[in-house]
Design a protein around this ligand. Structure first.
Ligand SMILES: *Cc1c(COP(=O)(O)O)cnc(C)c1O
Length: 774
């Protein structure tokens, strides 16, 4: 090994391995793992291949994961140690690729990991964003966004010689393909293909993350999810999406033909999984490229429908993409005749049911200004293209991502589609990479489990169940407790170093880490903090000191989400300045929550907060990660929490709040009035009003907190006040339980032992058995 490393060091830096600095060592190790991955066995040309299309891949750092999967981590660590270095130091200089946003992107990455670990043939296809989503910083207790460049440093990307010309209505761009080799615990490797343009120009980004949204030639691959609050932003997203699918279709058909197969056999040799609606234009684009190459239109539709499968990730209407027909006509005119024909097929079949149509007329209000400068409104019909609708009609499968979510799709959101295509619908409950989120990031826990039950659980996660034989073994329970404690010490040290905030590891670590969204209800957790604070001021203390840890980015244009971050940061500062309260309660929002942070926080979690409004969280995967690391969940009966509850039993999960059915009913009947709860419950009123109190406003921008306060008592669309009292009651019960360490450690062990189902290896096997058949 050391010879290999020296050779590579000579080749890249003209010196031997031990003379390198940390960044150079990173480069050499990353080069080494890429080389080893590229040498791995290739799957046969005659097997069907999966193309996983996704706007995001939240892949996390790669080095440690790759070294582990290649089985050389220990050896490398030993060599590093001999040179006075640790792997952690080398990992610290590795940039985390800014290619994703949240759960959906992380899922895509866990899937690539599991596909590879199971030696299944499947590549990811996406976009090589130069500046990512954004990097989160805090200033004056508010979120500030700055670019998150990762390509300028050493990284593992490999430039290929695959290029493609992408034509838009008004310009042509040359696409270049970059590859990231993907490792798994199996014998083969797969690839993440990322398309880019050579004319991307980071220098057009000024003051935060602002840039000229019309300068497509320079901005196309700069950011993931550019602000779509205006038309130019929405257009940029269409440019990005088409860029992704045009290149994906080109690559898929090229590989098919390179392997000696005919275009007519596409569905035999390829399957395309459409991760949410962002890549759904792959359907008309594949049809376009097939017909251009001589396949008849009807036949092309048939082949493409048999090749594509669609995953729905949300029932939130704002996320089911709809594009103005006129915008598509301007940006991707070549798709318009195809979309029209697809729409005709559907309207002829189902003339009466407009909700099934792909292109629909929607009345829209437009503001005009009269000659005397008075605004007035006109009503105009505009044509809208429904991307999810197209994806369901013209693919072979539609799946939800947890049982409850799939049931809601069938019975509610997509019921008209379910009626006509019952055979297309199925559930594929999400999963996570156990390797990344426990075996490699919580080695102490993994090693101890191996000592207890052997390492068979690493190949078959259901074997974790064998841990149940230790449920009454106090020695074992104490050891698990000590491992948790060590993880908490590690996290406190890291947070002290990076955020300069001290967390006492004797406190309960209560963790809510996920994108900031009102439906996920970080605001309800903040109200819990306020309620606890007010009680402490009255001399009523929580049963055990608690540290509430948040990690969350808010979309730059999502004002209410940013107001909630502001509230949490103000609470953090208020409590930091109050020694007495700190004896019982701490709050911290960590900066720039990402995969790297997740891997550090999750092993240390005592409580996992999964408190979305029931029916709104499609699955959640953070819940699975923390369960696997022995946290106890407090949550609503939402998403995969429902299945977690089934596995651990109701004594080992803390459930509260209204059910999905009750919530759906409230929306249907307009039956929820937050003002009534606010007016009729003193504790709720006190907590809500504290948001605009003088005490807090010392640290706050009053207008932001006033907007939040006003929203909560007049609208509260995601019903935080509805569940608040029950949440406070149940959370305090859980905190009380923590004072019985044996009982708490038993719950923790039950959670680890029953997490096996939530491995992404299981999810991938389900997709493969039912949909892909690779
Ligand atoms: C797992 C993960 C998520 C998704 O978390 P949810 O709780 O399921 O929303 C988001 N961000 C990162 C960095 C993750 O690792």
């Amino acid at each position: 090994m050391i010879n290999n490393l020296n050779q590579l060091s000579e080749k890249i830096y003209n010196t031997d391995f031990k003379s390198l600095d940390n960044e150079q060592i990173y480069k050499v190790l990353s080069e080494l793992s890429n080389q080893m991955l590229l040498q791995r066995k290739q799957n046969s040309k005659d097997k069907r291949k999966l193309y996983y299309l996704s706007a995001e891949f939240l892949i996390g750092k790669l080095l440690k994961n790759n070294l582990e999967n290649l089985g050389i981590r220990d050896e490398i660590e030993k060599i590093l140690l001999e040179n006075g270095k640790t792997l952690a130091q080398i990992e610290a200089v590795e940039p985390e690729p800014s290619l994703g946003n949240g759960g959906l992107g992380r899922l895509a990455s866990c899937f690539l990991d599991s596909l590879t670990s199971l030696d299944l043939k499947g590549d990811g296809v996406g976009i090589n964003y130069h500046l990512g989503l954004f990097k989160q910083t805090f200033k004056n207790n508010s979120q500030l966004e700055i670019p998150n460049p990762w390509l300028e440093k050493s990284n593992a990307l490999i430039k290929t010689d695959v290029t493609n010309i992408v034509k838009f209505g008004d310009l042509e761009l040359k696409a270049v393909m970059y590859d990231l080799p993907i490792s798994g615990s199996g014998q083969t490797s797969n690839t993440l293909h990322l398309f880019d343009i050579e004319t991307a120009d980071e220098s057009i980004v000024k003051d935060g993350i602002n840039f000229d949204k019309k300068d497509i030639k320079k901005n196309l691959t700069l950011f993931l999810y550019p602000d779509d609050s205006d038309l130019d932003g929405r257009h940029l997203r269409i440019y990005q999406q088409y860029f992704m699918v045009c290149n994906a279709a080109y690559l898929i058909l090229k590989e098919l033909q390179d392997n000696g197969h005919s275009l007519d056999e596409l569905d035999k040799y390829a399957v395309v999984q459409i991760n949410d609606t962002h890549p759904s234009m792959i359907i008309p684009e594949l049809i376009r490229q097939l017909t251009q190459n001589g396949i008849a239109f009807e036949r092309a539709v048939e082949i493409v429908t048999n090749t594509c499968a669609y995953t729905n990730h949300t029932i939130l209407l704002e996320a089911l993409e709809k594009w103005p027909y006129e915008s598509l006509k301007q940006i991707v005119p070549q798709l318009i005749p195809i979309i029209n024909k697809l729409n005709e097929i559907i309207t002829e079949k189902y003339p009466e049911n407009e909700s099934l149509h792909i292109v629909r007329n929607v009345p829209m209000k437009f503001k005009k200004v009269s000659s005397i400068n008075k605004p007035y409104y006109i009503l105009k019909n505009i044509k809208i293209v429904h991307m999810a609708t197209m994806a369901i009609h013209f693919s072979k499968s539609t799946n939800g991502v947890a049982q409850l979510h799939t049931d809601i799709l069938k019975e509610d959101t997509l019921k008209d589609f379910y009626k006509i295509y019952p055979e297309k619908f199925s559930n594929k409950t999400n999963g996570i990479s156990f390797r990344r989120f426990m075996y490699y990031s919580n080695r102490q826990l993994s090693d101890y489990i191996t000592k207890l039950i052997g390492d068979g659980y690493k190949k078959d996660s259901n074997k974790l169940k064998e841990l149940m034989k230790y449920i009454d073994d106090e020695k074992v329970l104490n050891k698990f407790a000590q491992i948790k404690k060590d993880a908490k010490i590690n996290l406190s040290n890291y947070i002290k170093e990076t955020e300069n905030i001290y967390l006492d590891d004797s406190y309960i670590f209560d963790v809510q880490i996920k994108r900031l969204h009102e439906y996920k209800r970080q605001q309800m957790n903040a109200l819990y903090v306020i309620d606890t604070y007010l009680k402490i001021k009255k001399g009523i203390y929580p049963a055990h000191p608690i540290c509430v840890i948040f990690g969350a980015k808010a979309a730059p244009a999502y004002t209410m989400a940013k107001n909630i971050i502001h509230l949490i940061l103000c609470l953090q500062q208020l409590i930091e300045n109050d020694k007495d309260v700190q004896k019982h309660l701490k709050v911290i929002m960590v900066t720039n929550y990402n995969v790297d942070y997740a891997e550090k926080i999750i092993p240390a979690a005592d409580i996992s907060e999964q408190i979305s409004l029931a029916s709104k969280e499609a699955s959640g995967t953070g819940n699975m990660k923390m369960m696997l690391n022995g946290a106890v969940t407090i949550g609503t009966m939402d998403g995969a929490n429902v299945e977690i509850a089934e596995y651990v039993g109701k004594e080992n999960i803390y459930i509260f709040g209204k059910s999905a059915q009750e919530v759906i009913k409230l929306y249907e009947t307009n039956g929820y009035k937050s003002s009534e709860i606010y007016e009729n419950n003193q504790a709720v009123k006190d907590a809500v009003d504290f948001i605009i109190s003088d005490e807090l406003n010392k640290y706050a921008d009053l207008t932001k907190l006033e907007a939040l306060h006003y929203d909560l008592i007049t609208k509260d669309w995601f019903m935080a006040l509805l569940d608040l009292q029950d949440y406070i009651k149940v959370k305090n019960k859980l905190i009380e339980k923590y004072n019985d360490p044996i009982a708490y450690r038993k719950m923790s062990l039950v959670n680890i032992a029953n997490s096996g189902y939530f491995s992404a290896d299981r999810t991938i096997q389900d997709y493969n058995n039912d949909i892909w058949k690779l």
